[in-house]
Design a protein around this ligand. Structure first.
Ligand code: NAD
Length: 428
């Protein structure tokens, strides 16, 4: 999102084009799938607490709904762009397809930094976003969810506004709601846990005992924290997390050789995943530059912050000790970065496979909303584990059979499923 010259949509299209060549897709099919089917750009006027009016730019992009209603998060981020939202909507289509859930791909966003907004201003922004898009989303059309810097509370304000407009109870219009208000148990931890279910299976394939492994994680928000929780529960050791520092306008890595203490770090982290640097120093964490999370002598790297984290420019910093990389964030590895990784002796679980736990659990949330019957947490996490594990082995089996990297196999499965749905509907 942030780096100058980086364009996530260009990257998403390049990734698609290279698989389209391998699948020998015709021109019409390529044109359909490399472009979002619908997109909405709108302004959101918000009355600020001081009485002034501030106008924010909002987006919703629906990439493809051949396999089911569009699904995807809403980001609040100062560097959000239309092209980032387009890319993320396309990646959502592939993610739902590779996880084999009956949903398509969508994504939304607002250019803003919620750190700068009071709770009341954030509520007005959420309600304003819904007022602009309510007629184009819905439980059977397009279902938003939380993403970077959006929370369960934001989702609830959005649901409430939608219900005012639609005149009824529509909990299935949005997922990631608080538990007790239509949210699913297990949703908060689902993406991070899903990443670690895949890491667990990948380590089995690599014949490595998880209890002997160390990991460096980029990010310390929702995905990163819950990945760290489950990885630690399985006996692994996390030695690094990174985060954005709003005050300094740059990212930092926090490293402790004998492992981070999750509870201690969470206590000094705000709700947007930024660690308090002074308190971290007092607790004995070494503060390193943002990119330094890559250079540690660990077994596993988990980029779980934003896109464009591993590139041709920094891939050489990765230590030879790294045996596995699991993409927690969306689009964390550029195609050039991936080419370089594919030449090395390590396994990469592609982002749209590794982080599919969130959307899978969002799908479970919708199923529960539709039946108005809520499952116990163990049932949700168990079903999530089953879905993630079977998606991992479907991709692994194709990768082994065709002797191709996991990313290529995952894209081949996902794109083929979407193409089949478009064909069956008679679109192509
Ligand atoms: P979040 O807002 O909770 O956390 C983001 C974290 O990244 C924060 O700790 C932030 O400080 C950090 N960060 C931001 N810029 C950074 C930088 N330049 N360097 C290092 N750290 C930086 O967001 P999240 O929900 O954890 O999402 C993280 C990634 O995972 C995003 O790419 C998101 O699209 C993806 N994702 C999230 C979910 C989900 O369910 N939350 C599902 C699938 C994918």
């Amino acid at each position: 999102m942030a780096a100058k010259g980086f364009n996530a949509y260009k990257m998403a299209r390049e990734q698609f084009d290279s698989i389209a060549d391998k699948l020998e897709l015709d021109e019409g099919t390529r044109e359909l799938l490399r472009t979002p089917m619908r997109e909405y750009h709108f302004t959101i006027p918000v009355k600020m607490d001081d009485g002034s009016v501030k106008v924010f730019q909002g987006y919703r992009v629906q990439h493809n709904d051949a396999r089911g209603p569009c699904k995807g998060g809403i980001r609040f981020h100062p560097q959000e762009t239309a092209d980032t939202v387009r890319a993320l909507s396309m990646w959502m289509t592939w993610k739902c397809a590779v996880a084999d859930i009956p949903l398509g791909g969508g994504k939304g966003g607002v250019i803003c930094d919620p750190h700068d907004l009071s709770d009341r201003e954030q509520e007005r922004l959420c309600r304003g976003w819904i007022r602009q898009i309510a007629k184009n989303i819905g439980p059977v059309e397009d279902i938003p969810a939380p993403d970077v810097m959006t929370t369960a509370q934001h989702m609830l304000w959005m649901m409430d506004e939608y219900e005012h407009i639609a005149g009824g109870q529509y909990p299935g219009v949005i997922t990631g709601k608080p538990v007790g208000m239509g949210g699913s148990l297990g949703r908060t931890e689902a993406t991070g846990f899903g990443v670690i279910f895949m890491v667990r299976e990948a380590l089995k394939e690599l014949d490595i005992d998880i209890t002997s492994t160390t990991a460096s994680i980029q990010g310390f928000g929702n995905v990163a924290q819950y990945a760290a929780v489950l990885f630690t529960e399985y006996g692994g050791k996390v030695v690094n997390v990174s985060c954005w520092d709003q005050e300094d306008g740059k990212a930092y890595s926090y490293y402790r050789e004998n492992g981070i203490d999750l509870e201690e770090l969470r206590d000094i982290t705000d709700r947007f995943g930024s660690v308090d640097k002074e308190k971290a120093k007092k607790l004995g964490y070494e503060r390193l530059s943002g990119d330094d999370w890559l250079k540690h002598d660990v077994d596993i790297l988990i980029p779980a912050a934003l896109e464009n984290a591993i590139t041709a420019d920094n891939v050489d910093k990765i230590s030879d000790s790294v045996k596995l990389i699991a993409g927690g964030a969306n689009g964390p590895i550029t195609p050039e970065g991936m080419d370089a990784l594919n030449k090395r002796d390590l396994m990469v679980i592609p982002d749209f496979l590794a982080n599919a736990g969130g959307v899978t659990c969002s799908y479970f949330e919708q199923v529960q909303n539709n039946t108005n019957y809520y499952w116990p947490r163990e049932e949700v996490i168990g079903k999530l584990d089953d879905k993630m594990t079977s998606a991992f082995y479907a991709v692994m089996e194709l990768a082994k059979r065709k002797k191709i990297p996991l990313e290529e196999a995952a894209y081949m499965i996902a794109i083929s499923r979407v193409v089949d749905a478009c064909r069956m509907r008679g679109w192509i």
